[in-house]
Ligand binder design. Structure first.
Ligand code: ATP
Length: 496
């Protein structure tokens, strides 16, 4: 997606409003906030962790449960250091950076240039912007650092803080965090994994043999990854500690085009099942490919700050297994019983950031609405239109008033339903405020127990999005909630 296109998309809330909402209503907090936080590290609050787990479960089940030939693993964050030599991360996992001598601030050069290109577009200088982006891509592909120096000067790109162009030369900066294991005088330097994929590659034969997998098959993993991002901004979009959900699909060489297309289609459907409109998703094919890839696309979502990557799909050839075979001096081959020969499989990878998906869902869900009451008056309401199966709380249960046995009846219902659904019970007086609070955290249904319930065992259900209210019998509630709020209902969407 070009910078021009990125600017074309605007959403009905600003990014600042989204961040404020996430913090204020218990989704995401800055880490160690009482000490003023730690840059680019975040904690999830009660509703954030539930949303994240639901999303992770949906991904996990859609991979491992819906595909007979995909299994999961959970490998360690710390790995043998040679892993990162073999994967290319020690030599090549770096970003070009530059320091401004006046503000003493450090920037990632590609992001600095990209921002300048966006400004040029907003000034109506689209051609200049295009020229700048193309020149930058050429420099990045060729590893031409002096070329990047020149672009900064030629386009008069200044530091956003000091407003000067007094830059140090551009340098490469490795993004891996290192640490020491073992006694001090005998310590080994190891790295916190910058991606989960390598844990899958080094376990390729373990899994293939012990789970008796036949090619084509996949290995899925969810776990933390760490990158010392230079420019850590945009809230949880770019973090230093984050979670990835990756799946490596091992295939026969020569079938990579077909499987690359299959996984693109499969992943696009996954986003539709979350209710994301087609125009908010963009598939961006890479022009400059990583050293290991023969094809790559990014799945981008229209955030309030433009279309940005949430997932990458890469055709990785046999690069990783071949390299591990070389460094480990162990055969990492598969004997194909159909072809009656051994080979190193090719790999198609789908790699998505769980935190970016949470941010995408929050961004997609945050809705501000004005509802006319009569000709003079409108009321406004803010709510999170989360897919019900991912909502942190499935239903709130309210007694209409806190007397005459209504609270007891409501608590009995709560106790019956709590084994199947995460719920909230609330008995504060104002019904309007109760609804508003549930809207803000995205609870799809609110159930009120009133005097009629005592007579005929029916309750009022109020829907979050339509605000529609209707009565159903208490015996129907479990089925009603299960059919609309279970992960299964999302998995069934994938069938369509
Ligand atoms: P970017 O270009 O945004 O730095 P990337 O191309 O380096 O991302 P990959 O290495 O392909 O990302 O990682 C796969 C996925 O992991 C990304 O699509 C993204 O969702 C997630 N991810 C990568 N880096 C971060 C980060 N610093 N914070 C949060 N999520 C991340």
């Amino acid at each position: 997606m070009s910078t021009t296109d990125a600017l074309l998309y605007s959403s009905d809330h600003t990014f600042k409003e989204l961040i404020a909402h996430a913090q204020r209503y218990g989704f995401i907090y800055p880490s160690s906030e009482i000490y003023d936080g730690l840059q680019s590290i975040y904690d999830y609050g009660p509703y954030g962790v539930a949303l994240k787990r639901n999303l992770q479960n949906f991904w996990w089940q859609s991979m491992t449960q819906l595909h007979q030939n995909i299994v999961g693993i959970d490998s360690a964050i710390m790995m043998h250091p040679t892993t990162w030599k073999a994967s290319g991360h020690i030599d090549g996992f770096s970003d070009p950076m530059v320091d401004n001598k006046d503000s003493k601030k450090r920037y990632r050069v590609d992001l600095l240039i990209e921002e300048h290109a966006m400004q040029l577009v907003s000034q109506g200088k689209s051609n200049q912007s295009k020229g700048l982006m193309e020149a930058m891509e050429r420099c990045l592909a060729a590893g031409d650092l002096p070329g990047l120096d020149e672009l900064l000067q030629q386009f008069g790109i200044v530091c956003p803080l000091s407003k000067t162009a007094d830059w140090t030369p551009v340098r490469q900066f490795n993004l891996m965090f290192s640490t020491q294991v073992g006694a001090q005088n005998d310590a080994t330097t190891i790295y916190l994994r910058p991606e989960t994929a390598q844990g899958i590659f080094v376990n390729f034969l373990n899994v293939q043999k012990t789970a008796r997998m036949k090619i084509p098959f996949g290995i899925a993993q969810v776990g933390k990854a760490f990158r010392n991002e230079i420019v850590a901004r945009q809230f949880t979009f770019r973090m230093r500690e984050f979670e990835q959900m990756e799946m490596q699909f091992f295939i026969q060489p020569g079938t990579e085009k077909c499987w690359f297309d299959y996984w693109q289609e499969n992943r696009k459907n996954w986003y539709s099942s979350l209710g994301i409109e087609q125009e908010k998703i963009n598939i961006y094919p890479h022009k400059q490919l990583a050293h290991y890839a023969t094809a790559a696309v990014d799945i981008e979502y229209a955030f309030p700050f433009g279309y940005k990557e949430v997932e990458g799909i890469h055709s990785r050839t046999d690069f990783d297994l071949t390299s591990h075979q070389h460094y480990a001096k162990k055969k990492l081959q598969y004997f194909d019983p159909d072809l009656k020969k051994s080979y190193i499989p090719y790999v198609i990878e789908t790699s998505v950031g769980l935190d970016r998906l949470v941010l995408m869902l929050l961004s997609n869900a945050l809705t501000k609405e004005n509802n006319p009451v009569n000709e003079e008056r409108t009321t406004s309401r803010t709510y999170l239109k989360l897919p019900p199966p991912l909502a942190p709380i499935k239903s709130a249960i309210f007694p209409l008033v806190n007397k005459d046995g209504l609270a007891e009846k409501a608590l009995t219902l709560f106790d019956q339903l709590k084994y199947d659904f995460p719920l909230i019970y609330e008995a504060t007086p104002s019904i309007g405020k109760r609804y508003a609070r549930q809207d803000l955290i995205g609870t799809p249904y609110s159930i009120t127990i009133d005097y009629q319930t005592l007579e005929d065992e029916t309750v009022t259900i109020r829907e979050r999005d339509s605000m529609r209210q209707y009565r159903i019998h208490m015996s129907e509630i479990t089925h009603h909630l299960a059919s609309t709020t279970s992960i299964k209902s999302l998995l069934l969407q994938l069938k369509k």
